[in-house]
Ligand binder design. Structure first.
Ligand code: FDA
Length: 312
């Protein structure tokens, strides 16, 4: 089980390497067959829309994520915000589903709270007018409190087209889920993609899984249209049976998975009549996201190495 936390730590460290980023950027997205394409829909919005259209034909729902995080200046946060607002227009024009995901450090959470709240509002306003749902991703634990706090601020300002992701790995999530259930806010439950210290998070996979199951039950019992986001067949089976036991109809919750992972499970859930949403990332800033996917499953490294060798 030490491997579980260890791989995340190694890939997190590698994700900060400029050399590796240069190498990956050179080969990762060059053609449709390049290795990063497995997890990332493309670098441009046009590529993302093309992928989204195809996903729609498979009976899957989707959320588009314009990749980016940890911006350092107000100008960068402003650019990311404008890109999101532009993305809303492109999505509306294309007729695909109106649903996006974003990260608060992309909107300036690391610069100051007020900038981030303003930028989020600049997205939520037009998103609301066009009937979009906006999901706030959860980043690593130094951002948890601020993310929940900003979410609640917007909620108190009557924004209802917004939801939040919460991580089973963190000890605090039990309280956060309870709070979101009281508010009637929509939660996406995930295991947690980041290497976290034992002061704030479970370190063993079985403890994270047990927490995920407890939180899933709390969401099925008292949540508002919860999203159970996992590729783990055990978590999915447990959710299916608990939802059935509690008589939660299939249209009162959804499963979510990441683009490119467990396509077999995605289609079997759709065939069985469940709502299944794919998280579809795109954009030039794909490297940290890509490295987190490798950290979750180091075996993925094999296809990266094969991909680089093929393309050189
Ligand atoms: P687990 O890691 O136990 O994997 C179960 C099985 O899934 C594996 O055995 C394998 O078959 C398959 N699998 C999992 N990851 C794989 C990979 N990278 N490549 C190939 N196969 C893989 N995290 C976060 O911290 N903040 C967030 O906002 C989000 N948002 C988010 C949205 C959606 C829609 C999903 C599905 C996930 C996230 N995550 C996330 C990521 C999440 O925290 C977690 O890291 C991954 O989902 C992997 O955990 P699983 O629940 O899939 O279980």
């Amino acid at each position: 089980m030490r491997l579980y936390a260890g791989a995340k730590a190694v890939f997190y460290a590698l994700s900060r390497s400029a050399t590796l980023k240069r190498l990956a950027s050179k080969y990762g997205m060059r053609t449709r067959e390049s290795f990063a394409r497995r997890f990332i829909a493309g670098e441009t919005v046009e590529e993302a829309i093309e992928t989204a259209r195809y996903i729609g034909t498979q009976g899957l729902l989707l959320t588009l994520d314009y990749l980016g995080e940890s911006v350092r200046t107000p100008d960068e946060a402003d650019t990311a915000t404008r890109e999101y607002v532009r993305l809303l227009d492109v999505i509306v024009a294309s007729g695909i589903e109106a649903n996006i995901s974003l990260k608060l450090t992309q909107l300036g959470a690391g610069i100051d709270r007020a900038t981030c709240v303003d930028n989020l509002r600049r997205i939520l306003e037009p998103a609301g007018r066009h009937g979009f749902f906006v999901r706030i991703d959860m980043e690593n634990s130094p951002w948890t409190e601020l993310t929940v706090d900003i979410f609640e601020t917007l909620w108190q300002q009557e924004y209802r087209n917004v939801g939040i992701a919460l991580q089973a790995a963190l000890y605090r999530t039990e309280q956060d889920v309870q709070r979101m259930n009281e508010l009637g806010a929509r939660v996406r439950l995930v295991k947690g993609a980041y290497k976290e210290p034992s002061t704030v998070a479970y370190q063993r996979k079985e403890d994270v899984d047990a927490a995920f199951l407890r939180l899933m039950r709390a969401l099925v019992d008292s949540g508002t249209y919860p999203a159970i986001a996992t590729h783990d067949p055990l978590m999915i089976a447990a959710t299916r049976s608990y939802a059935a036991e509690r008589r939660l109809a299939n249209d009162r919750f959804e499963f979510q998975m990441l683009y490119g992972i467990r396509r077999d499970l995605q289609s079997s859930l759709v065939s069985d009549g469940y709502r299944m949403r794919l998280y579809v990332p795109f954009g030039h800033e794909w490297f940290p996201y890509f490295m987190r996917r490798l950290g979750e499953r180091p075996a993925n490294l094999g296809f990266v190495v094969r991909g680089i060798l093929r393309e050189r």
